[in-house]
Design a protein around this ligand. Sequence first.
Ligand code: ADP
Ligand code: ZN
Ligand code: MG
Length: 500
Amino acid sequence: MKLETVIGLEIHVQLKTKSKMFCSCSNAGENAEPNTAICPICLGHPGTLPLPNKQAIAWAVLTALALHCEIPRHSKFDRKHYFYPDLPKAYQISQYDEPIGVKGSMTVVMGGERRTVRIHRLHLEEDAAKLLHNNKGESFVDFNRAGTPLLEIVTEADIRSPEEAGEFLRELRLIMRYLGVSDADMEKGHLRCDANVSLRPEGSDEFFPKTEVKNLNSFKAVERALAYEVKRQRAVWEETGRAPEEQGTRGWDEDSAKTVSQRDKEESSDYRYFPDPDIPELNFDAAWVARTRREIPELPGEVRERFVNEYGFNPVDAKTFAADLTLARYAEEVISELKVWLTSRDPEASADEIWERDKKKLSKLLASWLLSKLLGVLRAAGASISEESITPENMAELITMVYEARVNASNAQRILEEMLARGGDPSDILREKDLGAMEDDGSLVQIVAGVVNSNPKQVREYTSGKAAVFQYFVGQVMAKTRGKADPVAVSKLLKKALAK
Ligand code: ADP
Ligand code: ZN
Ligand code: MG
């Protein structure tokens, strides 16, 4: 039987507002001592009144718009009742039937194919406290997290594979970071995901009973848990010819790499939702929503597109740049500085003309020097990309020097390491350490000839077929030029000299 995978995600994103959702407590309590970022409101004391956080609402609208949602004119907060030690009011303030955003969509690219996943709704709610358990059977409650603003985003069941679910989450994380509303770190619980999955015969548009997998705290866990669940359900279909009967909640157990059945799921009627009488309804002014829409920054998809079309990067490199906002911004600064360098050396042509003329080579050089070499030396030094480590101007000058063959790649690498270690201009380091490429004045030809003439034994070996000796000659020439010669030119000249 041909079966199709059907997945829908429910995602919680912690907003990084200064204060909590309904009180003025610090929202940075995850880094503080337990129960120090608390007040009577987020402890749920009787007689206290919640005051909604304007920034959280503005960010919820901003995010909803970035996800192409419609923003209904009216919205409101509701109480969702359940009893648990991490919920002192015995209800959570959430949104039931009038969420902030509805009918949105997000696009992911999978294997070159664009896939659109519809967003069912986006709403705002408060987080619960954090329960901590020790191995003596004791439990503790840290209320620092209680009242943190959370966005809940619910997709339609449009996702068709575990990998696509992972890619969707990674793209959503990136959008949150570009919007500046959340760090969206899954490992830290800033981004949490429950994954719903079922199977159906290919071609059917029916929905069959699903399982909801919880306790997923990494992208890998989401993908592995879903893959496990697809396999488990497929076995039932193949054995019985029908869908599994249960509609249940399962937890992912990383150690055994299995999902295990949990409590039965509540129905929404169990929660006794009703409008929170303490919080006024929200009425969104169309002009304010329009203004918020104009505040949406350039998003990752647009950055990737621009890096391909404007700068000539290949899609894979463009994706790597866009995956880190700091890196993408740094790259753009390097590019604009590089254009300044290029025009200063060829005043006849404009920077854009030079760029267009040699786009392919320049983008390749940039990708290589930023993505592999710069990130490489930073990683080795345990540093991160920033204006302070290596300025975009200095990085651009180094790349210009390589582009114009004023330094060969291995010496440029040494200069880069120096730049990181002690700062400074690449041209100064080049001069000081005498690392510049050799002038093309015929002296390389002489050095090559000298090396060949003074090693008759190796020449005999080479001409009798021992090709590995060639590297010996290259090494000799490079040593004689103190690494300044262009290795490609050296190889060419040596081949010529040895062929005689
Ligand atoms: P519940 O009432 O169990 O919370 P919802 O209808 O609210 O279910 O949907 C929750 C999530 O589950 C949504 O992301 C939705 O797309 C997804 N979903 C619903 N039905 C299915 C199904 N049969 N298979 C996979 N995902 C589903
Ligand atoms: Zn508080
Ligand atoms: Mg639901």
